[in-house]
Design a protein around this ligand. Structure first.
Ligand SMILES: C[S@@+](CC[C@H](N)C(=O)[O-])C[C@H]1O[C@@H](n2cnc3c(N)ncnc32)[C@H](O)[C@@H]1O
Length: 380
């Protein structure tokens, strides 16, 4: 139930990862987390919106629901949109844009629907309309019900703000965080990624272990809303005092370490640069070598998480069997006691590792490719 000034907040994620995101939202103390298609709804006020953007690792965007009403035709949409008090959350000096979508509704022309909302805002508030505006109003008309939200994130949240270098086929940070969660990773065990690319899994894991908030260095669209309170936001950012970087001797620094390797020298340089910018260089180690030279780090066992190259066309897939096979052989012979999480688009490639995977939970849509997390228990 939504109380007082609270409203619905929608955390967007990749289809297939809703329940993992729901678990994250619950653990982070958000109210009434509910898994729905493509994301999770929670309820709260503007401080909850800011905190979700700052702290939730698995979401790509945070939408704040500002209105919902029935609209059977464009004139009705126009009339109802003009009744909304836009000035309560939009500023007249900040450019905005509108994106609309229509499904199973009498209003079927999304361009026309968007235009009605744009005109209502322009006429009431005088705010400038701009196709490049960071601030985006989302209008969804489904079964004749129109819901209006504001995208409070702006640029996708997988862009943490401190990771510049990106390898080929990078894993998005928010998906990496949810895959780590699905592997049962809680920040207390070491993590190894033997095909680390730009270092996404390793850096996410180190940040989680160090308690670093994912949004600590970036800007958000909500900073341009009329509801923004800069002093309260600063207090929220400072809470826990973890804006900066972690040194190995820091008392709150984790004792375990996070390891990445890749046969590509450029990837290793990128990973090191990204870890430095993220403030976790002291917790991470990156080395250039192929899978065949991989050995388990000293110390307790933990989690190996990896997304090897994907098989696209059949020919590519065939060429990848030896690589997956070599990966499996190395892990089976040298990583006793470690769990393995493998993300790939092809079950037969996963099977080629010979690793004892449990039946997977389901697939996740990642940049147009459907990928699956295959997970083992501790290896014998
Ligand atoms: C899909 S990418 C991984 C992307 C990474 N998770 C990221 O977020 O940037 C696969 C990586 O496997 C590496 N790779 C391919 N064959 C390898 C091998 N035999 N040994 C080590 N790394 C290899 C590639 O260089 C590439 O960086």
């Amino acid at each position: 139930m939504i109380e007082g000034d609270d409203f619905e907040i929608f955390l967007v994620t990749a289809p297939g990862l809703e329940s993992a995101l729901c678990a994250e939202a619950r653990a982070a103390g958000f109210r009434a987390p509910t898994s729905v298609k493509g994301g999770v709804t929670v309820t709260g006020g503007w401080p909850d919106v800011w905190r979700a953007n700052l702290e939730i690792r698995g979401a790509s965007h945070v939408f704040a629901r500002i209105a919902a009403f029935r609209a059977l035709h464009l004139a009705q949409l126009d009339k109802r949109a003009r009744k909304l008090a836009w000035g309560e959350f939009l500023r007249k000096d900040v450019p905005f844009r509108v994106e609309a979508s229509c499904k199973h509704s009498r209003i079927y022309h999304q361009g026309a629907a968007a235009q009605r909302i744009e005109n209502a805002i322009k006429d009431q508030l005088g705010a400038p309309l701009s196709p490049d505006a960071e601030l985006c109003i989302k209008v969804r008309i489904e079964d004749d019900l129109c819901t209006i939200s504001v995208d409070t994130s702006g640029e996708s949240l997988h862009k943490r703000g401190h990771k510049e270098a990106v390898a080929k086929a990078p894993m998005r940070e928010n998906l990496a965080a949810l895959f780590l969660r699905q592997c049962g990773y809680d920040g207390t065990e070491p993590v190894v990624d033997p095909m680390c690319g730009s270092g996404t899994f390793v850096i996410e894991a180190a940040e989680i272990a160090a308690g670093l908030k994912p949004g600590r260095t970036r800007h958000f669209a909500f900073e341009q809303l009329a509801t923004f309170d800069a002093a309260a936001w600063q207090r929220l950012q400072g809470a826990g005092g973890n804006k900066g970087k972690v040194s190995g001797s820091d008392s709150r620094a984790p004792t375990v370490r996070f390891y990445g390797s890749d046969r590509d020298a450029g990837a290793i340089q990128m990973s090191r640069d990204n870890a430095e910018r993220a403030g976790v260089a002291a917790l991470t180690a990156f080395r250039q070598h192929a899978i065949s030279d991989l050995v388990a780090p000293e110390g307790p066992p933990g989690l190996v998480i990896v997304n090897p190259p994907y098989g696209g066309r059949v020919g590519d897939r065939k060429a990848l069997y030896p690589l997956y096979n070599a990966l499996g052989q190395t892990l089976r012979s040298r990583f006793t006691g470690w769990r393995v999480g493998l993300v790939t688009n092809d079950a037969s490639l996963a099977a080629a590792t010979g690793l004892p995977f449990a039946p997977p939970a389901g697939s996740v849509s990642h940049g147009g490719i459907s990928v699956t997390l295959f997970l083992t228990g501790p290896l014998p």
